[in-house]
Design a protein around this ligand. Structure first.
Ligand code: C5P
Length: 223
C-alpha cells in the first residue's frame, strides 16, 4: 500500500466562530457552523495526519482520531494556537474569528433603562491569529488562511496572503447563496504568493476537504 499523504504530519486547524462576552448573558459572535473546519480535520486525519482542532462553540461532533481544544473567545483561541503552532507542520485558519471584542465586559446583566434609547458598546481589536502564525520567526508552520469575499476576489486574496504572510489562501465566493456559510456545499479558489493554484467547483464540504487536504500536503512537501 502507498504511504498516506499526511502520514507523520501534524496539522492544527481552527474552526467555528468565536464568542465575545458582553455581559453574563450576551455575546458578540459570527455566523459560522464550523462544518468546513471539522470536515478538514476529518480529511487530514483520514490521510494519516495527527490533527489538533481548536474550535469555537459549535454543535458538531469531533471527528474520530482528532484532538479537540474547545475555546470561546478569540483571545483564548489565540492562546491555544500560539501555544501549539510551533509543534505543527501545517496550521489552517478556518475559524470565523470576531475581529473585535467588548472592551469592558459587564459583570452584571446590562439593564434596559427607561428613557434611554441608545446604548454604546466600545469594541477593541482582537489579535489576528493566522497572521501571527504566518509571521512566526521560529519553527513557522506551513500556513493556510481562508477568506470569504464577494467581489474583487483575486485582489483581496493577494492582499491577505501578503499581510498575513500565508503560504496558501482558500477563497469562498460568498456572493453565491447556495454555498459557503451554513451550507453543506462550497466552491473555492486557492492562491499562493505567485497567483492562482487551483479552482474547485461546487461540491460537498466533505469531498472538498479531501481535495484541499491533498493539495495542502502536496504544496507543503514542495515548500
Ligand atoms: O481578514 P479576514 O478575517 O478576512 O481573514 C480571514 C482569515 O484570517 C481566516 O483564515 C481566519 O481564520 C483568519 N483570522 C484569524 N484571526 C482573526 C481574523 C481572521 O485567524 N482575528
Amino acid at each position: 500500500l502507498p504511504k498516506a499523504v499526511g502520514a507523520g504530519k501534524k496539522v492544527l486547524i481552527t474552526a467555528g466562530p468565536t464568542e465575545e462576552p458582553i455581559d453574563p448573558v450576551r455575546v458578540l459572535t459570527n455566523r459560522s457552523s464550523g462544518k468546513m473546519g471539522y470536515a478538514l480535520a476529518a480529511a487530514a486525519a483520514a490521510r494519516g495526519a495527527e490533527v489538533t482542532l481548536v474550535s469555537g462553540p459549535v454543535s458538531l461532533k469531533v471527528p474520530d482520531g482528532v484532538k479537540a481544544i474547545k475555546v470561546k473567545t478569540a483571545q483564548d483561541m489565540f492562546l491555544a494556537v500560539t501555544e501549539h503552532a510551533k509543534d505543527n507542520d501545517i496550521v489552517i485558519g478556518c475559524a470565523a474569528v470576531s475581529d473585535y471584542r467588548v472592551e469592558k465586559v459587564s459583570d452584571q446583566k446590562i439593564k434596559k433603562q427607561d428613557g434611554i434609547d441608545e446604548l454604546t458598546l466600545k469594541l477593541v481589536k482582537n489579535p489576528d491569529i493566522i497572521a501571527t502564525v504566518g509571521h512566526m520567526e521560529h519553527k513557522r508552520p506551513f500556513t493556510v488562511g481562508f477568506a470569504a469575499e464577494t467581489n474583487n476576489i483575486e485582489h483581496y486574496a493577494k492582499d491577505k496572503i501578503v499581510k498575513k504572510n500565508l503560504d496558501l489562501i482558500v477563497l469562498n465566493d460568498v456572493s453565491k447563496q447556495d454555498i459557503g456559510f451554513n451550507s453543506d456545499f462550497n466552491a473555492v479558489t486557492v492562491f499562493d504568493k505567485e497567483g492562482k493554484v487551483a479552482a474547485f467547483p461546487k461540491m460537498t464540504k466533505e469531498v472538498l476537504s479531501g481535495v484541499l487536504m491533498d493539495l495542502i500536503f502536496e504544496m507543503n512537501k514542495k515548500a
